[in-house]
Design a protein around this ligand. Structure first.
Ligand code: ADP
Ligand code: MG
Length: 360
């Protein structure tokens, strides 16, 4: 097992000129870790992964596998296993022939290759499928062949670029569990790319949230969820509300803020060095599930009007217009009492212990 380090890595494409597709990225991935690059389309995830694989060279910065500087090494000198969204399999060839591909290039002998192909197919629970043609397999099975093909070369790192995007929702959930099992059993340092935050949260040891080529935050799913670094992360992960609230007092790690509509004063935790002082405005993230319903007349409640109800199964997302709050719209995930409908006035109770100060 090896660790992977990206040190001030940037990538500028000739065509896009001055704007960097990847902008000064620093990431340390521990040996054996399952690390995810998460962000919206175009934020630089694939470009970052391709630099780790060696398909692109950085414009500046360094990439290391353990102590070895691989920044300018071609892909075949890096021992990375790569899995793509479209699988990139040869459809007319057999499963075994597809898995054999990397071994052929490496001139692994026939007997050794046979044994390793069988091993890799066992690893992905496709033992006995070696003679099947790719176009006879389901999407999920094809994805596992792609994984076997990546693993058969015994790579030092496993790189996966949106490998589940072509699968339907149920299969996607099953396959993500499967990928994590295989990764854990192989004990292989892995970098996973996705734009799907729930996939990233469910699978990863740690996540780097990216936007416009820059890393916005690196942390465990829990850290990113409960202590988002800025408004982008708060809104991208789990659809947080971000309130702008006047600061009435502050310590190094907390602020006292006043709720809208002449509401009560609450204390909210934030990052060390938040820099907020009395009289400034704090941005505070509130998760929809940390908001409770109450009577509009209740002491300290926010008053709001319901503009939409979205039933999700686990709860109902109430989209509300808050009275006396500049940004107005909030989402609360609640159990809706019978008869509540669009246009009704309600009270909202926030849980200060679950709120968090974020940067702009
Ligand atoms: P993501 O995988 O997060 O969707 P990409 O890494 O593919 O994002 O792209 C990041 C940015 O770099 C985008 O603006 C994209 O248009 C640009 N880009 C990606 N590959 C190339 C390329 N080969 N040539 C020019 N621009 C590219
Ligand atoms: Mg991409």
């Amino acid at each position: 097992m090896i660790d992977v380090t990206l040190e001030s890595v940037s990538k500028r494409f000739a065509r896009t000129g001055d704007t960097a597709a990847v902008d000064d990225v620093d990431i340390n991935i521990a040996a054996g870790e399952f690390f995810t690059l998460l962000g919206p389309s175009g934020c630089g995830k694939t470009t970052t992964l391709r630099m780790v694989a060696g398909f692109y060279f950085p414009t500046s910065g360094r990439i290391r596998f353990g102590d070895e500087d691989v920044t300018r090494k071609p892909p075949n000198k890096r021992d990375t296993g790569m899995v793509f969204q479209n699988y990139a399999l040869f459809p007319h060839m057999s499963v075994a022939q597809n898995v054999a591909y990397g071994l052929k290039i490496r001139k692994v002998g026939r007997a050794d290759a046979q044994r390793r192909i069988a091993e890799a197919l066992d690893q992905v629970h496709l033992g006995g499928y070696g003679t099947r043609r790719i176009d006879e397999l389901s999407g999920g099975q094809q994805q596992r062949v792609a994984l076997a093909r990546a693993l058969v070369i015994r790579p030092r790192t496993l790189l996966l670029d949106e490998p589940l995007s072509n699968l339907d929702a149920k299969l996607r959930e099953e396959t993500r569990v499967e990928i994590r099992r295989i990764q854990r059993e192989a004990g292989i340092t892995s970098i996973y790319v996705t734009h799907d935050q729930s996939e990233a949260m469910a699978m990863s040891d740690r996540i780097a949230v990216m936007e416009s080529g820059r890393v916005q935050q690196i942390g465990s799913p829990q850290e990113i969820y409960h202590r988002p670094a800025n408004t982008f992360v708060a809104r991208f992960i789990g659809r947080s509300n971000v309130l702008s609230l006047p600061v009435v007092a502050a310590t190094a790690t907390t602020v006292d803020v006043r709720l809208p509509g002449g509401g009560s004063q609450i204390t909210v935790a934030g990052p060390q060095g938040h820099g907020l002082t009395e009289g400034s405005t704090a941005l505070v993230s509130v998760r929809p599930e940390h908001i409770g319903l109450c009577a509009a007349t209740e002491e300290g409640a926010l008053t709001a009007r319901v503009t939409e109800l979205e039933f999700t199964g686990m709860a109902t997302n109430l989209i509300v217009e808050v009275e006396g709050e500049s940004e107005g719209v909030m989402v609360a995930a609640v159990e809706v009492p019978a008869g509540l409908g669009v246009g009704d006035q309600i009270g909202l109770r926030l849980n200060p212990a679950r709120m968090w100060v974020v940067r702009p």
